[in-house]
Design a binder for this molecule. Structure first.
Ligand code: NDP
Length: 246
């Protein structure tokens, strides 16, 4: 298989770092983004220590123009993106009656608008090449709901709608669009959850363990590749069976 141009947003840590490493290990040309010079540099050192060659970009996915510039720079250097992984995400948990407008807006801007921003800019090159695979990170809570997360669950449900519409719109151009819905994966994001709530969540997982970044990375890698050539517009749960109960 020849090397593909792959962009992973939010590739500095957690699930995104595992995804970045998965593609890089395969010999693909991988760009990963983060919010700050520090996080991008630290991730770069970690990838290099694993013998992986990836290129870091500081780029806020919520910034339409900055995303456009980043994707144009990749295009100028290496040609069109073949794989786009919309992984960057944040939570700003709060009960609805106390949620601020900023907590609502920031979560939509990163988790949902971020996917539009990258897709809108990447799709031109993919259409030119008549091939491409897009994988958007949603969450099982987009299906189940979760108290304290009206902002996050709305954004992640929006990501599913975007995935389905884009899959229909782009299929004729040879571009597949799918989503992956992780359950409870051990990262900095879930480390912020209170111990008791975490124990309750893990006790509800049929496979009886929290997931790891690599569990999600394998699903994303599969959906990106030729073995998934006939799969588009799907949401693949990677959750140890968590959503079976819902
Ligand atoms: P982490 O909090 O561990 O990492 C988040 C990543 O996103 C970091 O690389 C961070 O960069 C980046 N990021 C955040 N905001 C922006 C932004 N505005 N622009 C660019 N990059 C940004 O998250 P996870 O690895 O846990 O989650 C990854 C994805 O999976 C998210 O979309 C999340 O919603 C989803 N998910 C996670 C689950 C879990 O259990 N962990 C469950 C379901 C879904 P930096 O280091 O620079 O801050």
């Amino acid at each position: 298989m020849s090397a593909r141009n792959v962009l992973v947003t939010g590739g500095t840590r957690g699930i995104g770092a595992a995804i970045t490493a998965r593609f890089a290990r395969e010999g693909d040309r991988v760009w990963y983004t983060g919010r700050s010079e520090d996080s991008v540099r630290q991730a770069g050192e970690s990838f290099a220590a694993q013998g992986l060659d990836c290129q870091g970009l500081v780029c806020d996915v919520a910034d339409f123009a900055a995303v456009g510039a980043a994707i144009a720079a990749i295009d100028a250097e290496a040609g069109a993106l073949e794989v786009l992984v919309n992984n960057a995400g944040i939570t700003q948990d709060m009960l609805l009656m106390r949620m601020s407008e900023a907590q609502w807006d920031q979560v939509q801007d990163v988790n949902l608008k971020g996917c539009f921003n990258t897709l809108r800019h990447a799709v031109k090159g993919m259409m030119r090449a008549r091939k491409g695979s897009v994988i958007n990170l949603t969450s099982v809570v987009a299906h189940t709901g979760n108290p304290g997360q009206v902002n996050y669950t709305a954004a992640k449900a929006g990501v599913i709608g975007l995935t389905l519409s884009a899959a229909k719109e782009l299929a004729a151009r040879g571009i597949r669009v799918n989503a992956v819905a992780p359950g409870y994966i051990e990262t900095d994001m879930t480390a912020a959850i209170a111990e008791k709530a975490r124990e309750a969540m893990v006790s509800g997982i049929p496979l009886a363990r929290p997931g790891q970044g690599v569990d999600v990375a394998e699903a994303v890698f599969f959906l990106a590749g030729e073995k998934a050539a006939y799969i588009t517009g799907q949401v693949l749960n990677v959750d140890g069976g968590l959503a079976i109960h819902s």
